[in-house]
Structures are given as C-alpha cells and as structure tokens.
Design a protein around this ligand. Structure first.
Ligand code: AMP
Length: 794
C-alpha cells in the first residue's frame, strides 16, 4: 500500500532542514542529496518499493527524497541502491542519514508486519559501473551491512495537523576502505520511512601553518582511534630546528579532523629572520649566524656585510678572526711590537723585560715569543751583523718558556760567556698567524764572564794502596779557559779533608791510607771564578795485602801522572806569571799551606785573614793594587762611611779607558788604628773575584788622602733602592736579584769567609740590577770552633 502522508511532511521538513549542506572545515562531502541538482539516478528493487519524490523547499530549492511505506503487506524486501560514490583519499567515510519513520502504532489497522527500522549496506566498487554491482540481497557477500537503523530519541518534532513527525539524524561510519569507491544500499523490511537527506563525507585536518611549518590537508585515519602522523614542511629559507625529531616538525591528525601533538618546529636559516611567520633576508650591514637566533644583528667592529642574507660579516682589510673565534665576534688584528725592551746581563744569563704593546689588536689572548741569534760580528753594517748570526740552538734555556709567554719578561740562561747575541721579542695573539709579517722588538747583548759549569762524571782510572788516579770530562760550559781543576777529597772514616789542584782533567792523588774509602769532588776554575763542585764519588785504596799482588806498573803509572801534573802545573804557573803579570799577592796566596788549622794543598785559593798579618799594611800591599791618585777624578759625595765620605768619580785605566768608580775616603785626623781598620776592608775585598762581590779596583795609600776605589754601583744600596722603587719589580726580577746575592754568599763561604753582616743596606745594586755583596769592614774569618756563633742585624 502506498502512503502519501510523507509528501505533506517533506515540504515542512524542507524548511526545517534549513541550510543546505552546511559542513565544517573538518568535513569533506562526497555525496549530499540536499545539494544535488540533477536526478540522483538511484535504483529501486522492486520497482514498487522505494520511490523517489522531488519537492521544492521553502527556498525554492529541489529536495530529493526516497520513501517507502508498505506496512500492510507482509514479507517486504525493498532495496534502494545509491549511485557510485568515489572515495578519493579518504580511508573512513561517515554516512549521515536524515529520515522520518512512522511508528507502527500511529497507523490504524496495521498488522504485525509493520517495522520501525531499516538496514544500511555498502558495496565496494572499483569504478562507476552500475552493471558490475550485483542485485541487492542480504545473502550477496559483496553487500556488507553497516547497521540496522532505528529512529532514536534525538529527533526534531514537527506538528503536522494532529500528528507529530520526528526528523531523525543518524551517522554511521564505514572504515578501512581499500577500493576506489562504493555504493550505499538501504533495505526496507516493512517500515514507513522517508529518507530526507543522505550525506556521505569524511573527516580531514585542514591545511595549517604552525610557526614556519606547513602541514597539508590530511584525511583522518582508517578507524575512529587512528592518528595519522604528518610531517610538516618548512617555509622557504627555513629549516627544521635541532636534530629532533629527525624528519623535522610533525603533527597528528585525529579521527575528528583535529591536529594533535605538535612536535618540533622550523626556524629561519642563517642570513634570514622570522618576520610575521616568514623568513626575510637580513639587510646589508646585518647578519645572522645561527638558525636558532631570532633576529639579524648589525655587523660587529671591523667587519661588514655588503649583501643581503649574510650569515656572517667579512673582516675589514688587516683584520681577522682566529680559527676558533665565533663568527659573531668583532674582527681583530695582530698586536704592535713590544715596547721599552730592557736587557740585564748577568754572567751567561740575560734577563729581558718589556712593556706590553701599545695596540693589543682588540684581543685578550696576548703572548710573547722570543727568538735568539748568536752573532760573531756586532760592529759592521746591519747586513754584516745579520750574516754573522745563526740560531742559538737547543742548549739555551728560557724561563718560563720561549713561546706562549704570558709575562712581559723572560730569563735566558746557558748562553756562552763573552758572546754576542741578538734577541727578538714578538707580541703574538690569536690572529698573528693570519697576518704574515710581524712587528718585533730586537735587542743585542754581549754576555759576561761566568764561572764554569759543574763537572758531571768522575771515574777512577787506577788505585793502589796509597794512590788513586781520577779522570773526568771538562764541564759542558767552561765559560772561558780552564785554569785548573780543584779536587777536594776526604777520608770517609776520619773526615780529614784535603785539596789538590790539576791543570789536566786527570789527577793522581798520592799519600792515601791503604784499604781506606775516600770521597772526591772536582770543580773547574777560570778567571771568572770557580764553578760548583761535582757530586761526591767514593773510591777506595787497595789494602796492603792486595797491593802486594798488584803489578808494580800501577805504582809507576801513578808516579808518572803525578810527575806530568806537577810539570804541567809548574810550566803553566811560570807562563801565566810572565804573560799575565800574576800579582805577588796571588803568588803568596798559592804558597799558603795552612789555613784554619787544616792542611791545604799547594795553590789552593782561599781567604786570608789580614788580621793574621803582624803588619796589616803588608796585607794591603800583598793583596790590593796601589793606584796613582792622579788617575782618580772625584766628582761628588754619595754617602757617608764609617771612616769618611764615600764619593763617586772616574778612574783612568789607560789613555783611552776610564771607568765609573766609588771612592771611599779616610777622613783627616784618623788614628793609625783607624787607618789600618779602614784599609783592612780593601785587603779582604781584594781577595775576591766574583760577579756578585763588589770589585776592588785598588787603594791609594801613598798620598795624604787615603782611598779605597771600587766599581761604581749606580743604584746604590739595596735597601734604599727597594724602598724607592717599591712595587715596581716583577717577581722574576726580585728572584734574579736574590739569586745574585745567594751566588755571592756561596762564593764567600767557599772561600772560607763569613760575612757576618749580610743585610740589604750592605748589598749594592748595579744599573743592570745585578746585586753584589759589599761592606767587609765588620767581617771576621770563619771560626771553626763548634761553639762559635754570630748574629746578624737586618
Ligand atoms: P759603606 O761605607 O760601604 O757602608 O758605604 C756608604 C754608602 O755609600 C752606601 O750605603 C752606598 O749608598 C754608598 N756606596 C758605597 N759603595 C758604593 C759603590 N761601590 N757604589 C755606589 N755607592 C756606594
């Protein structure tokens, strides 16, 4: 039976449906019967089942509906088959049905055949070929049931005359689609139903820009719980930030078409900055080095960026960046040359000190490097000097170092005595290596005399019951001609000490006790003084019984070596007397056999106490040189001594040579005792010959004004000098000065002399900061008695 009540209803429903096909941006319609203008072309099986009815709604738009209402006839099986619906990229479709369904109770006289549901099916299809679709049937396996649809509570009520019609909206989903398209099928089994609108759509996440990342429109996943991961694409001139995630930014599209879980982002590339979600090139003069920086920055000092989109600025001419400088720091230049280079020569060492360069090049990594040349000729032209120079070699020591010096000072040692050197000090910073030629500050020096270095190895060549023959290698740095070797030996048991001298690097030590152990030490002496003693070595003589077995030739060799040594020594002694004008004081000194109760070997150089002379004037004559007063020119008074004024002046040594001297005078009216005490200081001083002991030039005793003439020390006494220049010395300079004082005191003690008044006021300082021990007026000879003691005053 046909039921025409629906037509009346539909006109009213058309107004009620309102907006045709209004969908959200998250949904894409594949089919919407409300918006289709042409005939839908859906097929009904059997022909008297579903019926298509076209109406015009309140807005004059056509509405296509399908109705069936065969509620009175039994065994209804009416099918309505849609047209082909192309799936596109969607994997899951949603089917929204708007329909009215009359409840069976409202139809008078309906038998039990009246139903209140209908069934929804779909058929997968590979294209719009209607003939390929089998005839609808629940038993046909290609018809897959989506659901049985019933009218639910969520409906819209419309009063139609005395009845209430309900517009139901039901949505069902069809997931995991794999074929290109499908057909929908509606099966009626005896209901009174009007399909008002059918919409087939899928959910999608609309295209979106998150920061600089662009995400394309993406259909939701194949089922209601699936999340579709979508990689974002970075906007032009941008790139993924950091290493995570590896594919750059990412988001997930949910089943509802919402973007979820954003990960990662894009940032503008170097040379570009983010302005309103777009990467714009840095302007000329600006740069951006790193991707993660927000904005372009102006070029740093001494650099420029001539083009737009610069990732870094180029250094101006003469300016550089060190290889480990970040690209966003200013460009810098090498430092200028060090200034005010000073050199202080002390024996075979030189102390170099300078002021930092005026221009540090805009960097803080300033250091210095030293180069050393040894030159034979310093007198000719610059070219002559350069030609005569060669690198100093590995033997030279630099403290703390030759390269990478942080302090503006260096101590260079182990140079050769009496040799010309040319040093160059270069200031270096991180960009020096990039700048080619460097500014250096040169200084030329000549080393002084220095004592020979230590003897390193002593060996025993022979031993008999009373004689040991020793041999050794000359010191590595003799620093001059070796005049003699001094061999100190001590019987281990008794502690008796003796000294023997030798011109050769070998000596026979006779007169030893049979079967006894002896400790030996050797040192070399030049005109500059004695070097340090070697380490002690122990050798023993043969016992009397062993000696009987030893061959006679050993004794013979021993005697032969002694004879050769004595002959050599006497020969050299006579020669040196003739050629060098050896002083009588020295001759007498060498003859001295007894000293401090100990037997000393012939020629031993040791201190002689002038008070042991019966006539102290004789000591002065023996040790000090008498100067002609006419060669002395007194200039001014510089201090007051115990016995009279101290003056500075000049001493004429020859027609051409004049030196600065200090002149100590004995005030008029002094007693004979005062005169003797005054001159005793000269006879003590005259015995010393060491770079750190004040040097006596001589005495004037034969004129009315008695004088002691010494080398002049430009900086006066150490105490007043330190006070005057407080805080102006570097640690290294102070240590150098202390080292000089210690060397002087070591020398005095080795000479058997105790100063007894070591104090800063008794140290004199030269223009080159060399410290020398002076003031021997209060000094006394070393008292070897164990109970002897003395105190010093600061
Ligand atoms: P003295 O009698 O040795 O204590 O000398 C007195 C002062 O004279 C010292 O404190 C120094 O200031 C000065 N003086 C002594 N000897 C010298 C010297 N060789 N060179 C410079 N100044 C000296």
């Amino acid at each position: 039976m046909q039921c025409n009540h629906c037509c009346v209803v539909l006109l009213t429903l058309g107004a009620l449906l309102g907006v045709h096909g209004a969908t959200s941006p998250h949904e894409v319609d594949l089919l919407n019967t409300m918006t289709m203008k042409k005939d839908l072309g859906w097929r009904s099986y059997p022909a008297n089942g579903w019926e298509e009815i076209s109406e015009i709604d309140d807005h004059n738009r056509p509405i296509r509906t399908f109705q069936v209402c065969n509620v009175l006839a039994p065994a209804q099986n009416n099918w309505l088959l849609s047209g082909y619906i192309e799936r596109g990229s969607a994997r899951r479709l949603l089917v929204e049905l708007k329909f009215t369904l009359r409840d069976c109770a409202s139809i008078p006289g309906t038998p039990g055949t009246c139903k209140e549901t209908f069934n929804l099916y779909y058929v997968d299809a590979d294209g719009p070929d209607d003939d390929a679709v089998p005839l609808p049937s629940p038993n046909e396996p290609r018809f897959r049931k989506i659901d049985t649809v019933a009218a639910d509570e969520s409906f819209t009520q419309v009063d139609v005359g005395d009845r209430v019609l309900k517009l139901n909206t039901e949505v069902r989903d069809v997931g995991s689609l794999s074929h290109p398209g499908l057909y929908l099928a509606f099966q009626d089994v005896g209901a009174c139903v009007a399909l008002v609108a059918v919409r087939v759509f899928y959910k999608r996440c609309p295209a979106e820009a998150r920061g600089l990342a662009r995400f394309p429109e993406t259909p939701s996943g194949p089922d209601a719980s699936a999340l579709v991961g979508v990689p974002g694409k970075c906007a032009p001139h941008s790139q993924p930030e950091g290493p995570e995630p590896p594919g750059g930014p990412r988001m997930y599209c949910s089943a509802d078409g919402e973007w979820l879980v954003p990960i990662g982002k894009c940032v503008c590339a170097a040379g570009y900055e983010d302005i309103g979600g777009e990467c714009r090139a840095c302007r000329p003069g600006f740069f951006k080095v790193f991707n993660d920086e927000a904005t372009c920055k102006r070029c740093t000092a001494h650099s420029h960026a001539p083009h737009s989109a610069s990732a870094r600025c180029i250094c101006e001419r003469g300016h550089y960046r060190a290889s480990n400088d970040p690209p966003d720091v200013p460009c810098t230049r090498p430092p200028s040359a060090p200034r005010n280079l000073l050199s202080l020569v002390n024996g075979t060492s030189v102390w170099l000190e300078w002021a930092p360069p005026k221009d540090k090049g805009g960097r803080v990594d300033l250091s210095y490097s030293i180069s050393c040349l040894r030159c034979d000729d310093m007198s000719g032209t610059l070219l002559d000097v350069q030609r005569s120079c060669r690198p100093c070699g590995a033997g030279v020591r630099y403290w703390p170092t030759a390269n990478g010096l942080r302090e503006a000072a260096v101590l260079i040692s182990r140079l050769t005595a009496h040799t010309n050197y040319s040093f160059k000090v270069q200031a270096v910073n991180g960009v020096s290596s990039k700048a080619g030629l460097q500014a250096v500050t040169p200084v030329n020096i000549t080393t002084n005399q220095a004592a020979p270095s230590k003897i390193l190895k002593i060996k025993r060549e022979l031993n008999t019951k009373d004689c040991i023959v020793l041999a050794w290698l000359p010191p590595l740095q003799p620093n001059g001609e070796i005049l003699e070797y001094e061999v100190k030996y001590m019987e281990k048991l008794s502690g008796n000490e003796s000294v023997i001298l030798s011109r050769a690097a070998r000596v026979a030590v006779p007169g030893l006790q049979p079967g006894s152990a002896y400790l030996f030490q050797v040192r070399a002496r030049t005109t500059a003084g004695s070097g340090p003693y070697s380490h002690q070595v122990e050798f023993s003589t043969l016992s009397a019984s062993d000696a009987e077995l030893s061959p006679v030739s050993v004794v013979g060799v021993c005697i032969a070596i002694i004879t050769i040594s004595v002959v050599l020594f006497i020969g050299c002694f006579i020669l040196s007397r003739r050629h060098c004008g050896y002083s009588k004081a020295k001759q007498d000194e060498e003859k001295l056999q007894f000293q401090n109760g100990q037997v000393k070997a012939h020629g031993m150089k040791t201190y002689v106490d002038p008070h042991t002379y019966e006539d102290p004037a004789q000591a002065v004559k023996d040790f000090a040189k008498e100067i002609n007063p006419s060669s002395i020119k007194i200039e001014k008074v510089i201090g007051a001594g115990e016995f009279g004024e101290v003056c500075s002046g000049h001493l004429k040594l020859s027609r051409r040579r004049e030196i600065n001297v200090a002149i100590k005078t004995l005030k008029g009216g002094s007693t004979e005792r005062q005169r003797s005490d005054f001159l005793s200081e000269a006879s003590i001083m005259a015995q010393f010959d060491n770079p750190n002991i004040i040097h006596l030039e001589g005495v004037v005793t034969k004129s009315k004004l008695v004088m002691i003439v010494t080398e002049y020390m430009e900086n006066g006494s150490l105490d007043s000098f330190l006070r005057k220049r407080d805080g102006q010395f570097t640690v290294i300079q102070l240590v150098g000065m202390l080292r000089g004082i210690a060397a002087g005191m070591t020398y005095l003690s080795e000479m058997g002399f105790v100063h007894r008044d070591l104090a800063a006021r008794n140290i004199l300082v030269s223009s080159g900061l060399v410290c020398k021990v002076s003031d021997f007026g209060l000094s006394r000879v070393l008292d070897r008695r164990p109970e002897a003691a003395y105190t010093t005053l600061v």
